[in-house]
Design a protein around this ligand. Sequence first.
Ligand code: FA5
Length: 350
Amino acid sequence: MFEKIDGLRADFEQKLKAASDARELENIRIEFLGKKGSVTDLLKGMKDLSVEEKKSFGQQVNDLKNEIGDAIAEKSACLAKAQLEREINSAPDIDLTAPAVLDRGSYHPITLVQRECEQVFRSMGFAVEDYSEIVTDYECFEALNIPKHHPARDMQDTYYLTNGQLLKSHTSAAQNAIYKKYRQALIEEGKPIKAVFPGRCFRNEATDACHENTFFQMEGVMVDKNINISNLIFFMKTMLSGVFKRDVKVRLRPGFFPFVEPGFELDISCLICGGDGCPSCKHSGWLELCPCGMIHPEVLKAGGIDPEEYTGFAFGLGLTRLAMMKYGIKDIRDLNSGNLKSLSQFTQDC
Ligand code: FA5
């Protein structure tokens, strides 16, 4: 029995010496120390030994087990070191002083059209404002002449926070704050309010080729004495020719929004199908792009502006749809997809 221990040790030492990689080493470990391995087998013969012999034999088997475990760990470290050295020696030379080749990314198509619109409006004296994505019910609805239980709220169901605030369903939610910010300069210094405010909007929406639950709009307002519909039409036309840099067919039709009176829908002839009808324009040949109208007196009042003295126009440009039309993107969902392969076709480097 005892000579078996020495035999096993000699066998192990020979195999360990011959092992040249981690896989071979693992096979040796299983052969000797595995559940059905040779060392465990040794213990099976113990039942025929005396109590004294059992004690000594058990001790020696245990020592052998530890020896084998230590030897395997040591050899494993040696093999790993040798492997690393081999990899280092065979690696191609690296020039650490060479300039890094960086994948710099590119601007999203929506960012590009947003910037173009901002530039067009800046050139016409409009300020560009930023506003929170989380707003109050007052800002999003009440201040816009949409009281609680008004049916217009159904069109703009959105995501509510537990504290009663909500993710803004349209950029019009910033109107009240903009009027309050600029009314003093309007009243005391006679400076017209001229501002655009782009932003992300959210709606509880069933998505399709031209509807997303998260999309971008750019709101614009102008308030002064004697502002009328022809001013509104002028600015809309200038913006569209600035963005498309060519003539595009638009149509203006009546539209209802509680915060404008009169209200209009400005549609653009679908540039995907040339007006023949396709899924991107819900087969109508037209795409609703920029509702607009003369600001409702109640909305001006809520912003601290006297509607007897001042009038103004407001518009809510669908920036995401504008990007679709400008770049010929057939499905709005591609824009939020994060698919760099398709998005990078339309973008330019940062
Ligand atoms: C509004 O949001 C009004 N606040 C716009 C407005 C502002 C009217 C000022 C009058 C005065 P509407 O829900 O129609 O209106 O949205 C405006 C534009 O945003 C649409 O014409 C469209 O281009 C875009 N839009 C609306 N819903 C979605 C959607 N789910 N996905 C993508 N674009 C959308």
